[in-house]
Ligand binder design. Structure first.
Ligand SMILES: NC(=O)c1ccc[n+]([C@@H]2O[C@H](COP(=O)([O-])OP(=O)(O)OC[C@H]3O[C@@H](n4cnc5c(N)ncnc54)[C@H](O)[C@@H]3O)[C@@H](O)[C@H]2O)c1
Length: 328
């Protein structure tokens, strides 16, 4: 139990990252209020926490003001994968922008410290590799990804205006590709797509030639980064890149997953979607030097945990996975 027990609000707390964060905060001895409208979040993600007296869940859309009493706010509410955020792009921008305004307003009233889950997408299709926090990005403001990219950029602007104008204590993390248990099975993200396809024994679909690189951070590592950034001295406002600087090509990832699942899936190539970045890799010098943080979980370990999660999920939903077929 922590000696400095806090009341912490996590918006988007029933989502992939949010549910891991709620779990971690409770393990650290804090009281957690999870706020979510369940657009992409699932009650199952936080179900094990419901019996815990330190945990409370509230259905609420961050586009509307919220009046609660807390000491710290982590603002994660926002659909994060292209399939989800492009489903209702206007709502995506509203969630990022109105959500930020409402949560910053709450933080201002309470004088609470507030953390923003920003994204590497603020760099757009970068012309600089790896990306440092001072790179200003190459974003198409009118493309199909803009509702997310520009929404998150505007949220960062709002955070820094509240910091300058109202002396709010802010923390802005730019999160790069993160994976792990509780990712959505149908969100089109490369790790979940490949694992689900491999477990079902379906062809693995690679968009483009598979040479585009991504840098994958395991969820436990990322959450450790959130906690360290929130606890850092107040002059460390960010933005701070949090992600894994080790690049893997999408093709290599597919091969690794097929091998770990022991699947007979073949690899199929499809055209690259509009504005899909060809390379994305964080420079994490700031996180290393100021937070003493860097990813520790090897890709293979993280993938095994994630595969085990999806195997359970698919089996519960009645799908006979490759692992189940081998055992049968
Ligand atoms: N996972 C990643 O790799 C990654 C990378 C960069 C940034 N991020 C950011 O981290 C945050 C969490 O991402 P995630 O991967 O857990 O995605 P997720 O979709 O699993 O979680 C987002 C959560 O926000 C909730 N939500 C959406 N709109 C809301 C609204 N208007 N009001 C209240 N709740 C709302 C959803 O129901 C969901 O529970 C997001 O802000 C995302 O932009 C994630």
């Amino acid at each position: 139990m922590s000696s400095t027990r806090k009341r912490v609000l996590v918006t988007g707390g029933a989502g992939f990252l949010g549910s891991h964060l709620c779990e971690r905060l409770i393990a650290d001895g804090h009281d957690v209020l999870c706020v979510d409208n369940y657009f992409t979040g699932r009650k199952d993600n936080v179900a094990p926490l419901l019996s815990c007296p330190q945990f409370e869940a509230l259905r609420h859309d961050v586009c509307f003001p919220l009046y609660v009493e807390v000491d710290e706010i982590y603002n994660l509410a926002c659909p994060a994968s292209p399939v989800h955020y492009q489903h209702d792009p206007v709502q995506t921008t509203k969630t990022s922008v109105s959500g930020a305004i409402n949560m910053l307003g709450l933080a201002k009233r309470l004088r609470a410290k507030i953390f923003q889950a920003s994204t590497s997408e603020v760099y757009g299709d970068p012309t600089v590799h790896p990306q440092t926090e001072d790179y200003r990005g190459n974003v198409n403001p009118i493309g199909p990804r803009a509702c997310y990219d520009e929404g998150k950029r505007c949220a960062e602007t709002l955070f820094f205006d509240y910091y300058r104008q109202h002396k709010l204590r802010i923390r802005v993390a730019r999160i790069f590709n993160t994976y792990g248990p509780r990712m959505h099975p149908n969100d089109g993200r490369v790790v979940s797509n490949f694992i689900v396809q491999a477990l079902k024994g379906e062809s693995i679909t690679i968009y483009g030639d598979g040479k585009q690189t991504r840098a994958f951070c395991y969820v436990d590592d990322l959450i450790e980064g959130f906690i360290r950034l929130m606890a850092a001295p107040d002059d460390l406002t960010g933005p701070v890149n949090l992600g894994n600087p080790v690049e893997t090509t999408v093709g290599e990832l597919a091969t690794k997953i097929v091998a770990l699942v022991g699947s007979r899936s073949k690899i199929e190539y499809r055209p690259l979607p509009v504005d899909d970045p060809t390379q994305r890799c964080p420079n994490i010098t700031q996180a290393r030097t100021r937070l003493g943080w860097e990813p520790r979980v090897p890709l293979e370990t993280g993938l095994k945990n994630t595969i085990a999660f999806f195997d359970r999920l698919l089996t519960e939903n009645g799908t006979k996975t490759e692992a189940a077929k081998r055992i049968a």
